[in-house]
Design a protein. Structure first.
Lengths: 133, 349
């Protein structure tokens, strides 16, 4: 069924560090990237089984990274979890993550996110993609 | 001025208008339109004259609005304003009845305003708010994660005092995130951002979704939500996001100020030309002297009985902002120790 390697892409170093600690405590392998371009490079070098992508990043944002990966037959099977700090149209910030729905991400969570919630979604995505192979 | 010259002048004026104009007779046949209307609505050439409007306008919503103005005998200065998609552009349409000096209905006149440029400005504004939101909320998300990690003992055991202080940090940080969300809501409403996103709303659906989101929190507190929605409610015109914000804030407020085991009743019904939303609780009630102030921004009752209740003090000002923006009204009735009822009336357009 494959390994459990997660690629975490976010320009907020503190968020990356904290999320890495949380995911590693659940026995996942975690690779990190700090912007979209680095993220795409690392998908090739690390071959992750799941990608967590922040939306707002410099150089290339999460939507674009997601779109590129989903358009690539080599990588489109990798589940993508989009982290959105903000909805496209305020005041949906509190209640929905509308923009996420328009991309092809497999799931999306608004920030701030509780560790339990994050881990739950990751496990869910692994379960779903596991049952597909 | 000789009549022939006047007629030519009028024709030139109408064709030079920055907005589109479309006139029908009382039976809905097109009798006049200009080049702008042609461009914005896709009316095809001169053959459109004399034909029923529904054969030439592709947009159902507009056709329905025109029919509504023509068939219902509405008083003189009624207008229907709506935002519609017309091919690639977004247009705002103003539909009015045309009456002669004896108030006899002659037909309808529709003004069509191209909103595409305004939408661009709107995008810039909402991008700014989006950036502000991101800049403020991202660091807070990291902080919350870091405190969670510490509190869960993932990087070492904590003593009780450390845990206690971290709990307080977490609560404050979460409070700031809520505050940012509320401030953004207020900004959005005050900037009139809603104006360009008006649509026909199924209020009962909006209410249902709100309840789904809130149900778990009500359950956690042991509060029963009782919902009554009248059948066949008419659609209202308004902005969906802000209506959702209004519902969530009203109901969350009722839950917050009601003690465990209490009840919150939510009723949605038609009341004449209005939709009526009534939210009543069996909570702690509001004192007479405070009732006038509860809609003020950041106002919160600060007393023994409310000090443990968290909140930004913006919830009701958001509710009032949305109600005002939709030209509705809100009424409060309350008795200390017994409960409070908020009644919102929204005009059906």
């Amino acid at each position: 069924m494959g390994g459990k390697k997660i690629l975490l892409v976010d320009d907020d170093a503190d968020f990356v560090e904290a999320t890495k600690i949380i995911l590693e405590s659940r026995s996942y392998d975690v690779a990190v990237a700090h912007d979209g371009k680095e993220g795409l490079r690392k998908v090739e070098t690390e071959q992750p089984n799941l990608i967590i992508l922040d939306v707002m990043m410099p150089e290339m944002d999460g939507y674009e990274v997601c779109a590129r990966l989903k358009a690539d037959t080599k990588y489109r099977h990798i589940p993508i979890l989009l982290l959105t700090a903000v909805g496209e149209a305020i005041p949906t910030t509190k209640y929905t993550t509308e923009m996420g729905m328009k991309t092809e991400a497999d799931d999306y969570i608004p920030k701030p996110v509780e560790p339990i919630e994050l881990v739950g979604r990751v496990e869910n995505l692994f379960r779903i993609s596991g049952s597909k192979t | 001025m000789p009549r022939r010259v006047m007629k030519e002048i009028l024709a030139a004026v109408i064709n030079s208008l920055a907005d589109g104009i479309l006139v029908t007779d009382e039976q809905g046949h097109i009798i006049l339109y200009n080049q702008k209307a042609e461009a914005l609505l896709g009316i095809k050439g001169r053959t459109a004259l004399g034909e029923p409007v529904k054969d030439y306008i592709k947009n159902d919503l507009l056709v329905r609005l025109i029919n509504k103005i023509l068939t219902l005998d509405l008083p003189f200065h009624t207008e229907e304003i709506c935002l519609i998609d017309s091919g690639d552009s977004k247009v705002k349409v103003h539909v009015c009845p045309v009456r002669d000096e004896n108030a006899l209905l002659l037909g309808s006149v529709t003004l069509i305003h191209d909103m595409t440029q305004l939408s661009a400005i709107d995008k810039v504004k909402s991008n700014f708010l989006a950036m502000v939101s991101h800049q403020l909320k991202s660091p807070l998300s990291s902080t919350l994660l870091q405190t969670s990690i510490l509190m869960d003992g993932m990087v070492g055991e904590l003593n009780e005092k450390q845990r206690d202080l971290l709990q307080k940090i977490k609560a404050k940080t979460k409070g700031m995130t809520d505050l940012i969300n509320d401030i953004l809501d207020v900004c959005y409403i005050e900037e009139g951002g809603y104006v360009t996103q008006i649509e026909s709303l199924n209020f009962s659906e909006i209410l249902q979704r709100t309840i789904e989101v809130i149900q778990p929190q009500a359950q956690d507190k042991g509060i029963t939500l009782q919902i009554t929605v009248e059948d066949h409610l008419p659609f209202a015109h308004g902005n969906k996001s802000s209506m959702e914000a209004m519902c969530i804030n009203l109901i969350m407020n009722a839950i917050k100020y009601t003690l465990s085991g209490g009840q919150v009743n939510i009723e949605l019904s038609k009341n004449g030309q209005y939709l009526r939303l009534k939210v009543s609780d069996t909570g702690i009630g509001i004192e007479e002297k405070d009732i006038l102030r509860i809609f003020d921004k950041f106002y919160r009752e600060r007393s023994e009985r409310t000090k443990h209740i968290s909140g930004t003090g913006l919830g009701l000002s958001i509710v009032k902002g949305v109600v005002d923006a939709h030209r509705g009204s809100i009424n409060v009735e309350s008795e200390v120790g017994k409960g409070t009822t908020f009644t919102v009336l929204l005009p059906i357009r």
